[in-house]
Design a protein around this ligand. Structure first.
Ligand code: ATP
Ligand code: MG
Length: 723
């Protein structure tokens, strides 16, 4: 491509960045302003005009998907010559370095990467070998501790526990774990980065080689780098080479995983000559979506400050939908997507974004029912998740002892000291006798084949399953599942894991109870018990193939995984207080601001049309909750919004010029109450308005009181106070 064409379609600021002489630069700009596009064009420019070889360029992005896309776009611009260019994630590139210099990195040639589950299991064994109580020192917490330290660049010998015995014990675990990894030639994810950093630090000639080689290092999504990533980049680019970073402080959403927005400032301090270029024109979203997002993020303090404008049309208003409950919310979303498909065609233009993975289930079911193909990015379908499969395996074995697959899955989950050897005996006996594992276990126990410990452990398992069955036999379906999750030990096992993942697993398990509660037995399953019908339903859903990456399918993902992407039609679901922002983050200013940035990321994914949905009542994690619409909705400018009712459609700015959740009929308005509103009653305490009927003196209002349950009251006498 001709050099002019590389800068032809760019605005002045973008062009200044792309066509700048080789130098270090910060490109600081809001969402959709073309940061990633500039980076791609810059790479092509360096090669075409500055005659840099592909060999001399390194580009770092945040996800594999983004890396793949970037390589594709560069090759498109160049007509295919990016082969030897290092484009990848921090982990991918660091891993490549370690492979090349394994000896200097003190690794065996065939070192293996330990994924997070493997790491967990290894830690579990180590904690046991150190004779520590797993309850006091849960493996998950050790994992959190070790990875956190590695992200800071710290080895055990760098850490002082200052006499704190707990910290000292975690340090011991860290040391023992590290020894075990080193002996076995294993590196975990955090280790990859730490070791690549040490490789540079301890081998000046290697460092110098790469400083000379990579004349230009370019980094996308810089606001989410952590300490060790920054330190590594800093070493790499402290020669005569250059680093161009692009980022947006308003989109830093991985603080909970150690990312440091301050790294942007650090870069400026460490590279005093680096120029800052701000891009201010947004090319992605309509003016309505853009000004709403701008106004939202203006509520955060300590921003680096950016303005975004667009030449584009105002476009549609942002639609707010107050679902009656989460099922209604899901149906609404699916209905709009069908309309979209009928009018415009592509399903892959539609993205459904949620705060937590567990929220996907209800939507998945609505999509299945439609049916519309969908794809979940960066996660598994609900019924394929590990904890769900564990719980369902218990239900299956409670339901039928013939189920060998279920037996295998849970025989040692949670661990109950049944070793591989014991299981091997059971398996081969079952094979030779042509019986199920369950039956064989019973017989072998009777024949006293096993020594004391193994026999005790197996008998306990048999007793556990038998007891579970007896206890749930008369319970309704969802209570059966609830009971089994609690009494099988699964819940405490996952609780002990700690950290974000543990929380997500517990939430998913609770969500399974909700799924059971909402389950309606299909007609063709009339003959089956509720449990069998439900298990069949779950198995079928799990077996359904995830739509292929290239198929036309609705895109579903968490807002975190949507970073950097864009879609013509976007739905943000569950935009409610207590969900988004979550209860805990609402109480901590720092975390609240990170949630707000996440909302900004979510909203700015939308190109043409944005829906924000919330449910007035939500059954999630097994409980019914009455949430108010999120404060983030209230922070949006009223003139960019419209409220969608299924039959009528009214735009509803209030007297204060802000959106309020006045979601029902006009007659309701005269009372001063609105759906979802919080009220106080002298006797029943605080509650949430659910419904309203009648008018004037005869009107009645339905309130769900936090402690006193749901009640209908005569509005005139109830003397409810708004709070
Ligand atoms: P994010 O912060 O979300 O990562 P970004 O700043 O990286 O966003 P891009 O993804 O690079 O933004 O660009 C957003 C959209 O705008 C893309 O579709 C891109 O092709 C388009 N775009 C960027 N610059 C221009 C331009 N000068 N002319 C036309 N379209 C542009
Ligand atoms: Mg980008």
């Amino acid at each position: 491509m001709e050099p002019e064409l590389l800068i032809d379609g760019l605005n002045d600021k973008q062009r200044a960045a792309v066509a700048a002489p080789q130098s270090s630069k910060l490109i600081l700009a809001g969402a959709g302003s073309g940061k990633t596009r500039v980076l791609v064009h810059r790479i092509a420019w360096l090669m075409q005009v500055e005659h840099c070889s592909a060999h001399s360029i390194m580009a770092v992005t945040f996800t594999n998907k983004a890396a793949k896309e970037m390589r594709g776009r560069v090759e498109e611009l160049l007509g295919g010559r990016a082969g030897s260019m290092w484009i990848g994630t921090f982990h991918g590139l660091a891993h490549r370095l370690l492979r090349t210099h394994y000896q200097d990195a003190k690794l065996p040639e065939d070192f293996q990467v330990l994924d997070s589950d493997d790491q967990f299991r290894l830690l579990k064994r180590i904690i046991k070998a150190l004779n520590l109580d797993e309850k006091a020192f849960p493996p998950k917490q050790a994992q959190w501790f070790i990875n956190g330290k590695k992200d800071e660049g710290l080895r055990p010998q760098h850490i002082d526990s200052f006499g704190d015995p707990i910290e000292a014990t975690f340090l011991n675990i860290y040391q023992a774990y590290q020894d075990a990894c080193d002996r076995a030639g294993l590196v975990d994810f955090a280790e990859i980065l730490l070791r690549a950093h040490e490789l540079f630090l301890n081998n000046p000639y290697i460092l110098e080689h790469y400083q000379k080689r990579f004349r230009n290092v370019l980094v996308d999504e810089f606001q989410d780098t952590n300490n060790i990533q920054y330190a590594w980049l800093r070493l790499l680019t402290s020669g005569d080479n250059f680093m161009m970073i692009v980022g947006d402080d308003d989109q830093s959403i991985y603080g909970w995983r150690g990312a440091k927005i301050e790294n942007i400032q650090r870069f400026l301090n460490d590279n005093p000559g680096a120029e800052t270029i701000r891009l201010e024109q947004n090319y992605r979203s309509t003016a309505n979506i853009l000004s709403a997002s701008n106004q939202l993020i203006a509520n955060n303090s300590e921003r680096m400050g950016k303005e975004l404008w667009t030449e584009g049309d105002k476009g549609d208003l942002i639609s707010l939908y107050a679902g009656f409950n989460e099922v209604d919310e899901a149906r609404f979303v699916v209905g709009r997507i069908k309309e979209w498909r009928d009018e415009h065609g592509d399903l892959s233009d539609c993205a459904i974004l949620y705060r937590n993975n567990a929220q996907s289930r209800v939507i998945e079911e609505a999509l299945m029912q439609a049916p519309l193909p969908y794809r979940i990015y960066g996660g598994l379908r609900f019924f394929e998740r590990q904890e769900i499969k564990d719980a369902l395996a218990y239900m299956r074995i409670v339901n039928s002892r013939l189920d060998d697959a279920a037996f295998e899955r849970i025989i040692n989950t949670p661990t109950r000291g049944i070793g591989d050897k014991t299981l091997g005996v059971v398996r081969s006996a079952a094979r030779s006798r042509g019986q199920t594992l369950w039956q064989t276990t019973l017989q072998l126990l009777e024949e006293k084949v096993f020594a004391g410990r193994a026999s005790g452990a197996l008998s306990n398992f048999i007793a556990l399953v038998t007891e579970l069955e007896q206890n749930v036999i008369d319970l309704p379906l969802h209570e059966k599942i609830d009971w089994v999750i609690l009494h099988s030990g699964l819940q405490s096992m996952y609780l002990a894991e700690k950290g974000e993942k543990s929380k997500a697993r517990i939430e998913n398990l609770e969500e399974l109870v909700t799924a059971a509660k909402q389950f309606e037995k299909p007609e063709e399953a009339e003959e089956m018990s509720d449990l069998t019908a439900f298990l069949t339903h779950a198995a079928l859903e799990a077996g359904e193939q995830q739509a292929d990456e290239f198929d036309d399918a609705v895109q579903m993902m968490t807002m975190h995984s949507a970073k950097g992407l864009e879609f013509p039609l976007v739905f943000l679901v569950g935009v409610e207080e207590g969900m988004f922002p979550s209860q805990q983050s609402a109480e901590e200013p720092g975390r609240l601001e990170e949630e707000r940035r996440l909302c900004y990321v979510g909203m700015t994914r939308a190109m043409k049309k944005l829906y924000m949905c919330y449910a007035e009542s939500r059954r999630l994690y097994g409980q019914e909750k009455f949430h108010r619409p999120s404060r983030f909705i209230k922070e949006l400018p009223a003139d960019c919004l419209e409220e969608v009712r299924l039959k009528t459609q009214v735009s509803r700015p209030t007297m204060h010029g802000r959106f309020s959740n006045a979601a029902v009929s006009e007659s309701f308005e005269s009372t001063g109450f609105s759906l979802g509103q919080r009220v106080m009653h002298t006797k029943f305490g605080e509650g949430t308005v659910l419904n309203y009927e009648g008018s004037g003196d005869h009107s009645r209002i339905q309130v769900h009181f936090d402690d006193a349950g749901t009640k209908w009251l005569i509005t005139a006498y109830a003397r409810l106070q708004q709070i």
